[in-house]
Design a protein around this ligand. Structure first.
Ligand code: MLT
Length: 322
């Protein structure tokens, strides 16, 4: 047999094996990388949807918390992972949008180095203070920040994280530059806020509902047009006198570029099924999440969202003192 024929036969056989593996997917555990510490919003959302997806797919989904550099360390690793469907990542508005404007040498392109699977949850932003911070409402909070700027510690989860990005926006609107204190996620940052080691934070609502309801921290306002049913007493930023601060984040699932379509189709379907499940919906809604409607689920809406969010946040972050 000529070498060329042998090679093409071999490649053909490899192709067949690849497509067979894709058809049989999944046949072993799946790793879902969470780019932040356990206990934070991205971790909690990943575990809620991942648990249900595992049942649909018939394989265990192992959460792996990979921290550092505002989630870009993990995102770089995921972009370079084997595109066989066994390594996925939960990215978000920070790792897959704000990072482009904040890391000149970002090692991945959120739009071209991943296969979008779908949005898992929208996460409105809440302005938080430690429970004994003197201001009683948002107006007093803003005045207090201005008067004590140099003494205040603002917690975040690393450059380009959601908590960093959304507080850069808040600080630039107020016109202050506090001491920014990075953590490996807003799970640990929340512990520091509860402990009084930091003064304020901008965080995704899913990380704050129980703490606010329990009086462990102060919620000053939610940065959405309407109040959130999970925190009905929390005023919107518009009601509280800061209408220009309206911002939400989102958490979404991605696979490495080149992941075979039969594999992606199964992952997209499993996420969709999870978001239709009553118990999954209740857990996400009780935490204040916004569950995407059918028209906002799947690869195409997520690909469009990443593109529009990169375009939205890049000028904001380049313009804001950060
Ligand atoms: C987390 O899960 O810790 C957050 O998503 C981090 C962040 O603020 O982006």
């Amino acid at each position: 047999m000529k070498i060329a024929t042998a090679v093409s036969a071999g490649l053909f056989a490899l192709g067949l094996a690849g497509s067979a593996a894709a058809q049989d997917y999944p046949t072993r555990n799946i790793t879902l990388i969470v780019p932040f510490a356990a206990g934070g919003p991205t971790d909690v959302i990943s575990r809620i949807v991942g648990e249900h997806m595992a049942r649909t797919l018939g394989q265990t989904i192992l959460i792996e918390n990979v921290v550092g550099a505002g989630g870009t360390t993990a995102s770089t690793r995921a972009a370079r992972a084997a595109n066989d469907g066994y390594t996925l990542i939960t990215g978000h508005m920070g790792t897959h949008a704000a990072s482009v404007g904040l890391y000149p040498n970002l090692a991945y392109n959120p739009s071209t180095d991943f296969e979008p699977i779908g949005v898992a949850a929208g996460t409105p932003i809440v302005i938080l203070g430690r429970k004994d911070l003197p201001p009683k409402d948002l107006k007093e909070f803003i005045a207090y920040l201005k008067a004590n700027e140099a003494k205040l510690n603002q917690a975040h989860a690393g450059i380009a994280s959601v908590s960093h990005t959304t507080c850069v926006l808040l600080n630039s609107i107020i016109g202050i530059k506090p001491v920014a204190v990075p953590f490996n996620g807003t799970g640990p940052a929340m512990n520091a806020l509860i402990g009084g080691q930091v003064d304020y934070m901008c965080d995704q609502i899913v990380n704050t509902t129980q703490q606010i309801q329990g009086g462990l921290i102060k919620g000053y306002a939610i940065a959405t047009a309407a109040r959130n049913p999970a925190l009905p007493d929390l005023p919107t930023t518009k009601e509280a006198g800061l209408p220009e601060y309206e911002v939400s984040a989102w958490n979404a699932l991605f696979a490495p570029k080149g992941t075979p379509k039969p594999v992606l189709d199964k992952l997209v379907a499993a996420l969709d099924k999870a978001l239709d499940d009553e118990s999954v919906r209740k857990r996400l809604l009780d935490l204040g999440s916004d569950i995407p409607g059918k028209d906002r689920r799947g690869p195409a809406p997520l690909a469009a969202l990443v593109k529009s969010e990169v375009a939205r946040w890049t000028p904001i972050l380049k313009g804001a003192a950060n």
